[in-house]
Write a protein that binds this ligand. Sequence first.
Ligand SMILES: [Zn+2]
Length: 461
Amino acid sequence: MRILIHDARLVATMDDARSRHPGGHVLIEDDRIVSVGPGLPAEPAADRRIDARGKVVLPGLVNTHHHLPQVLTRNVPAVQQAPLFGWLTHLYTIWRYLDAEAVGVAARVGLSELLLTGCTTTTDHLYLFPKGQTRFIDAAIEAAREVGIRFHPTRGSMSRGQSAGGLPPDDVCQDEAEILADSRRLIAEYHDPKPRAMTRIALAPCAPFSVTEDLMCRTRDLAREHGVRLHTHLAETLDEERYCLEKYGERPVEYLRRLDWLGPDVWLAHCVHLSPEEVRLFGETGTGVAHCPSSNFRLGSGLAPVRSLMDANAPVGLGVDGSASNDTGNMMAEVRQAMLAHRIGHDPSRWLTAEDALYLATRGGARCLGRDDVGSLEPGKAADVILVDTRRLSYAGAGSDILAALVFSPWPEPVDTAIVNGRVRVEGGQLQGADVPALIERAEAASRRLLDSAARAAGIE
Ligand SMILES: [Zn+2]
């Protein structure tokens, strides 16, 4: 199957040269790109032609941090004004009623939102498993396959409950042997290390305040034994820093360094509170950062030193984070947020450009997830391509730099076309093969069930 995208207003490759081809083309053969450039390819024959006049063609975006079940607990009134620890403490009492049906519906909503806003590869961090619920990640993978997005679910975990000095209630924590056995099962069942893989597993203990040191070490060993990546939350808030100083006698990054948890196979969410030495250490060790500006603003956590991390050559990607702290999974809105965030209090020479922000959302994200086959439009790469129709009111008058306009001017949802692994998943702004109104109804019902269960339990207490 050959798909030719031709006569684009602009093809922005995000390759090393950051090449731009006005009037250019992208030629896809099966699951990979075979030609990118100006004009038409040498052999333009194709089974399908996509007329890209008026459209900007980009590599699909990469999301490096998410919690899909949080779709069902967006903007919960009790925690709209709460910082991280209070926000978590309340939401645990709701999330403890999740089941596989709710996780599957939430994943379909969250993954569809991502795809419609240009994201073709995403991770997910699922760490809360109420007693008896063991198939959450299986449900999320099933949803990803249905939506057609490239998926890196992480097997998260919590094992340090309140009785052991942790933040979460004991009933949402799991036994460590059970966590490791399920991690092994998921790797064996789903992890695909081959190029252009659609599913890869990573292991992701939740945070220093909800996981024991022992589980961190055993997870690290298991991941390295199987060649899968490691992920966790780190240095998100000053509360976490105080917790680590009190419990471990070290700062969060020192703690991870002692546990041999820094390296090119690790990417960490947030990393807001890093010292200049820690930034250098991330660059030296190749430790990646999932930068989540909207969530960090929403919870008042702070602003990660992204420009310094980029200068240190640490991998930096963007994450929408869970929809209880964003509260949207709009990937392109996150690109804009990242571009704007680093302007406050910084010299203009250090501000991120629109293209820098797009780079984080493509090549930077791919690096965090350990992929060299997505994030740019180049022959041999996976056929993950998005088209944005610029013939819209919000871009009128922005023709002098139409690529920057996608970031500076609000990105009207949705993208015109999204192709993942050579398959057209969004066309004319519509998800292919999805009944969106029915999905919204199912999500509303699942959300109500969850909130009602929590309210009933609170009433009984
Ligand atoms: Zn998170």
